[in-house]
Every structure is written in structure tokens, then in C-alpha cells.
Design a protein around this ligand. Structure first.
Ligand code: 5GP
Length: 216
């Protein structure tokens, strides 16, 4: 029987570059034969022009979102910047059971909830290298007005305050290095004995069988 997949949370302040990072890592893992899925969240925020329903998010209204909360359909959910965001169990649980790794791009409140529901989760925090770099990235993407950018930067400071509780830290200065670091974390997590149990048990059983068959 194959092992369940690994659940990875990748959090960072908005503009920290985590979406690009996760997409790149999923491609590199696929090249190594490790199947992984980038979870598509539900949100009540309006779709941005460059976004596609079902690929970037499932865009729903508040009533639909709250209905899903009531039916216990979310692994975690949180309010961020006046909008609701949540990870549906259906995005995650069947894939983990099939042995796929799953990546969640979620903010820190949600990350804490997942740790309670799935203690085995691996939490990675991606740090933008400095305040100035984050401000510059947020300004360059021309998505937010100056006041919204200031609000995101203030929120970033709060997120950095809890980032020390994560399992791993990556400083996203150069994308290629950050990709290598996240890949390193993913591959190392697969080498934990608890995640290799059936294969390790089979090796041990082969020793047992061989030694039982041996005459002294
Ligand atoms: P944005 O609106 O810029 O796409 O995302 C805003 C924040 O919401 C980001 O930090 C993103 O990681 C977070 N986010 C996206 N999906 C989810 C989710 O399903 N749950 C939680 N808790 N946060 C999410």
C-alpha cells in the first residue's frame, strides 16, 4: 500500500512571491515523478481580470461560502482584508489519500487551523527579503491603491510576528534559490521514516523472512 501524500502550507505576506514559487516547485516535482496538487481555494473576493474561475480560485458569494462553513466542508477558512477565503476538504483529503502531495497557499490564521486538523502538515513561511523589496513588489504589480499597499505592509508585519512558529523559513530574494530550497524541504520531508513506513516495514520483513529460513 502506498503512503499518503504530504500536506504543505506555504504562507507569506501578500506579494511575497509564493504562488510563482509553488507553481515552479510542482513542475520540478512532477519531473521527478512526485505527483502534487496546488489546492484551489474558495473566496468571496471579486475575480481580478487576470484570474480564471476554477484555476486561481472558486469565486463564490458570502451565502454560498457560509453554507459550506455550516456543512463542515472547509479544512480551514479565514477572513482577510474583508473577504472570506477557505480550503475545501474535497480539494485536499482525497488527493492526500491517493498519495499526492498537496500545496496550500494560505495566510497565517488558516495555517494555524490546519495544524490542529492535520498535525502532520509541513508549514513553510516565505519571507520577502526586506520591507523595501516587498513595498516595491506591491507597487510594481499595480493591483492596489497606495492606502491598500500600506494596509498590506502593516498586515505583513503582523504575519512576520507568527512566522517563527512555522517549520521552515525561506527568504525569497532570488526565485531560483527559493525554488531549490522549497524542493529541498519537500524531498527531505519524504525521507522521514513515518512517511516511508510501508516500504521500511517491507525491508525489515525481508530480513525477518530470510533469517527465519536460515539454519544456524
Ligand atoms: P489574494 O486576495 O491576494 O489572492 O490573497 C490574499 C491572502 O489570502 C493571501 O495571503 C493568500 O495566501 C490567502 N489565501 C488564499 N486562499 C486562502 C485560503 O483558502 N485560506 C486562507 N486562510 N487564506 C487564503
Amino acid at each position: 500500500m502506498s503512503e499518503p501524500g504530504v500536506l504543505f502550507i506555504v504562507s507569506s505576506p501578500s506579494g511575497g512571491g509564493k504562488t510563482t514559487l509553488i507553481r515552479e516547485v510542482i513542475g520540478r516535482l512532477a519531473a521527478r515523478g512526485i505527483r502534487s496538487h496546488f489546492s484551489v481555494s474558495h473566496t468571496t473576493r471579486a475575480r481580478r481580470p487576470a484570474e480564471t474561475e476554477g484555476i486561481d480560485y472558486h469565486f463564490v458569494d458570502r451565502a454560498a461560502f457560509e453554507g459550506m462553513v455550516q456543512r463542515g466542508q472547509f479544512l480551514e477558512w479565514a477572513e482577510y482584508n474583508g473577504h472570506l477565503y477557505g480550503t475545501a476538504r474535497a480539494e485536499v483529503e482525497p488527493r492526500l489519500a491517493d498519495g499526492w502531495d498537496v500545496f496550500l497557499d494560505i495566510e497565517v490564521q488558516g495555517a494555524t487551523q490546519v495544524k490542529t486538523a492535520v498535525p502532520d502538515v509541513v508549514k513553510v513561511f516565505v519571507y520577502p527579503p526586506s520591507y523595501d523589496v516587498l513595498k516595491q513588489r506591491l507597487t510594481a504589480r499595480r493591483q492596489d491603491a497606495p492606502e491598500a499597499i500600506r494596509q498590506r505592509l502593516r498586515w505583513a508585519l503582523r504575519e512576520l510576528g507568527v512566522a517563527g512558529e512555522f517549520d521552515y523559513a525561506i527568504i525569497n530574494d532570488r526565485l531560483d534559490e527559493a525554488v531549490d530550497e522549497l524542493l529541498g524541504i519537500c524531498t527531505a520531508e519524504h525521507q522521514r521514516p513515518k512517511r516511508m513506513k510501508s516500504r521500511l516495514d517491507a525491508i525489515r520483513a525481508s530480513y525477518q523472512r530470510a533469517l527465519e529460513g536460515d539454519s544456524p
